[in-house]
Design a protein around this ligand. Structure first.
Ligand code: IMP
Ligand code: MG
Length: 178
């Protein structure tokens, strides 16, 4: 099995790039069908969602805009339970169809926080798309409209996701070796 070493830990291959692309394509087709006729504003959460955003948007077939926002909630392999805004939103979301793009939804705190902020700005509607979702870690009650792949509650890296800064460049997704 393919392995990678990052800092002090070893990770093993978990989801191959071809399977990631298939899942992303399904998400794109669902968005294309459900938001046809709209001009959505995609809001991508940096750093992790950069690869998902790039690949997803290539399969979106309606006029759309994209903007980026940056939060941090992880230190090492555990959620800190706190979210700090690093880079704010600089586009007007009033009356817009907003689609939040996230790499992974774990506890859901990051998105819950963003939803609170966005709701004050009166968008027409807010949809949530995530490449990966850990249902067993999820503690919030918002609806996730588009999910690429559901995964167990393990720490993963690759395809945008990092372990203390490393691993974002990997084209496949790896899980912590047990
Ligand atoms: P949440 O706020 O607990 O839902 O966490 C979401 C954020 O934590 C994601 O945007 C990721 O940046 C990070 N995260 C959650 N799970 C993992 C993981 O397994 N590997 C790397 N980063 C993760
Ligand atoms: Mg993230």
């Amino acid at each position: 099995m393919k392995k990678v070493a990052l800092h002090d830990k070893t990770f093993v291959l978990f989801i191959a790039n071809a399977d990631i692309q298939t899942a992303i394509d399904k998400v794109a087709q669902k968005i294309n069908a459900e938001l046809a006729g709209e001009r959505p504003l995609f809001i991508s959460l940096l750093n992790g969602a950069f690869m998902f955003t790039a690949d997803l948007l290539k399969s979106i077939d309606m006029p759309c805009e994209v903007s980026f926002i940056k939060y941090a909630s992880y230190a090492g392999v555990h959620s800190t339970g706190e979210v700090a805004e690093l880079i704010g939103l600089n586009v007007d979301v009033k009356g817009r169809t907003v689609v939040i793009l996230e790499d992974i939804i774990d506890t859901g705190i990051t998105i819950a926080n963003l939803l609170k902020e966005l709701e004050h700005l009166s968008p027409k509607t807010i949809k949530i798309a995530t490449m990966l979702y850990k249902p067993n870690a999820f503690k919030e009650d918002f609806t996730i409209d588009y999910v690429g792949v559901e995964i167990p509650n393990d720490f993963i890296v690759g395809y945008g996701l990092d372990y203390d800064g490393l691993g974002r460049n990997l084209k496949d997704i790896y899980t912590l070796e047990k």
